[in-house]
Design a protein around this ligand. Structure first.
Ligand code: HEM
Length: 509
């Protein structure tokens, strides 16, 4: 009996020592929630802090925000073999924005390697500074050549899509079983893709193109099947190989395959057309010419796999984030009739009914601009950008952060700071209007990220989102479907967020 008791005491002492020794402070990292043994990391601490029954539905950004309240603006978390430092304040994110430690992204082997032919290709996940700088500059410069960010070209591309979109809403209103009820999930995806694609590939697609519609739907589901901070995969990365269906890996691989086929056929089409050398019509053509010009250079980063990866990056980032924002905009208008009324009043005052609003018109609508910014704040469609990887041992704010640690920024904490916003959970565009009735933007709405790796799609989003929404408001009123509960603003989980599918009553004005 005595022996069993002694062994029990020794076991508990060793266990307590072991648990203590794996805590963050013993490693020089900022403190954080308790770590548990066997690679479970902070997951049990998260479930104690706020229980959820289905961990695949766990929203990391919400836990990061709870822990911000417990541990402050810089703290550590761990899952599996991955140690991370979470940055939760606008001040630290601004300080780090251009630091070397914050420009190197986590190798995407963890997440989406097969997406880019098992190589470090494309732009979004690229860590190699030379490749990243070259690709970013080339992409921005070339897209601009074809009108990206130029008001006139963007406006005509957007106007073509607005016509189609209004027609689609009208058709859905008429064909719906319950008259006027329109279901919102991916209704904007093709319109956004078309605006982008006329500069990227020099073409637009029919809204009813079955192959494309199906691919975009699947692509959308793929972005909903994981997050950049997926606890289950971090703890047990082997699941991906052994039980791909359990973590959605088989579906992701299928989408990558389809996307490869789609980009391949686009490239073949343009090569056969043969104009890319003499009269390039789009980003794709200029890229093909670049490949041709560098064909003798074995060190060139321009090849067809890189082109396919760039097309996939633009296709996959641009359309789902913007679609999510538009869905949220429509949802907030539906849930806040007074906001909708004020926006419509302003739009009617500035733009004649028969004209499609332009960016210049939007600039003369302070309340509507405030509504758009409040939509970005509350939607927070990218709550956590891709984690960064500390390239060498790093002394920061008195902590020793070892090489290989991840840095995770929690944009959600910036958008939802009670201290700063006062009532962050309330949808209130007025917070961006001053006493003179002018629109006053706020740097703490950080939906496009910070510093060197800030989003490159800003000018497209800043035209497409307000023009699509104001055009819809010119023609329709949106309200909660009578006899139903107001739709939820809870996001559908994913690498970028959008509301879960919802229905609105759309009535012609
Ligand atoms: C509302 C819509 C959008 C939002 C909220 C958004 C947000 C973001 C955020 C937060 C980042 C990451 C910054 C970081 O890692 O620190 C990013 C990067 C990026 N975005 Fe967007 N984005 C949107 C639309 C677009 C569009 C339409 C395009 C297409 C041109 C695009 C292309 C990219 C690319 C290529 C990057 C990677 C930049 C780099 O790593 O250097 N985004 N975006």
């Amino acid at each position: 009996m005595f022996i069993v008791f002694s062994l029990g005491v020794v076991f508990i002492a060793v266990f307590v020592y072991y648990v203590y020794s794996i805590q963050f402070s013993s490693r020089g990292l900022p403190p954080g929630p308790n770590m548990w043994p066997f690679g479970l990391g902070v997951l049990p601490s998260a479930l104690i802090r706020k229980p959820v029954f289905n961990i695949s539905k766990l929203r990391p950004w919400e836990y990061f925000d709870l822990w911000y309240k417990d541990y402050g603006e810089l703290y550590s978390v761990q899952a599996g073999n991955f140690y991370s430092v979470v940055v939760a304040s606008h001040e630290i994110m601004t300080e780090l924005a251009n630091a070397e430690e914050y420009s190197i992204k986590v190798s995407h082997e963890l997440f989406t390697y097969p997406r880019t032919f098992n190589k470090e290709l494309g732009l979004i996940f690229v860590s190699n500074p030379e490749i990243w700088v070259e690709m970013r500059k080339f992409t921005q410069r070339t897209l601009r050549e074809f009108g990206f960010g130029k008001r006139h070209t963007m406006q005509s591309a957007i106007e073509a899509e607005v016509q189609q979109l209004l027609q689609e809403f009208q058709e859905r209103i008429e064909s719906s079983d319950r008259k006027g009820v329109v279901s919102i999930r991916t209704i904007f995806v093709l319109s956004v893709l078309n605006v982008l694609w006329c500069m990227v590939a020099g073409k637009r697609y029919d809204r009813n193109d079955p192959t494309l519609v199906e691919m975009m739907e699947r692509n959308f589901s793929m972005t909903k099947s994981t997050t950049f901070i997926e606890p289950v995969q971090a703890i047990a990365p082997g699941l991906k190989k052994s039980f791909p269906w359990l973590v959605g890996e088989d579906m992701r691989l299928k989408v990558f395959q389809e996307c490869h086929e789609f980009t391949r056929s686009l490239i073949e089409e343009r090569k056969q057309e043969g104009l890319y050398l003499t009269e390039p019509q789009s980003y794709l053509d200029v890229f093909l010419r670049k490949i041709y010009e560098n064909k003798e250079n074995s060190k060139s980063i321009y090849d067809e796999e890189q082109l396919q990866s760039m097309l996939a990056d633009l296709l996959q980032t641009g359309s789902t984030t913007t679609n999510g924002t538009l869905n949220y905009g429509l949802l907030f208008l539906t849930l806040n009739p007074e906001v909708q009324r004020k926006c419509q009043e302003e739009i009617d005052r500035v733009v004649p009914q028969h004209l499609i609003p332009s960016v210049e018109d939007i600039e003369r609508m302070p309340y509507f601009q405030a509504f758009i910014l409040e939509t970005h704040r509350c939607a927070c469609v990218v709550p956590n950008p891709i984690p960064r990887l500390v390239p060498k041992d790093w002394n920061y704010r008195g902590y020793k952060i070892p090489k290989g640690t991840f840095i995770i920024s929690n944009h959600y904490s910036v958008h939802m700071s009670k201290q700063y916003w006062g009532d962050p959970e309330v949808f209130r565009p007025e917070r961006f209007i001053n006493e003179k009735g002018e629109f006053v933007p706020d740097k703490r709405v950080v939906h496009f990220g910070y510093g060197k790796r800030i989003c490159i799609g800003i000018s497209l989003v800043n035209s497409v989102v307000p023009i699509f929404l104001s055009s819809l408001l010119q023609k329709f009123n949106f309200s909660v479907v009578p006899g139903t509960k107001p739709p939820s603003t809870e996001p559908e989980i994913g690498v970028s967020l959008s509301p879960s599918e919802f229905s609105v009553l759309a009535e012609k004005r």
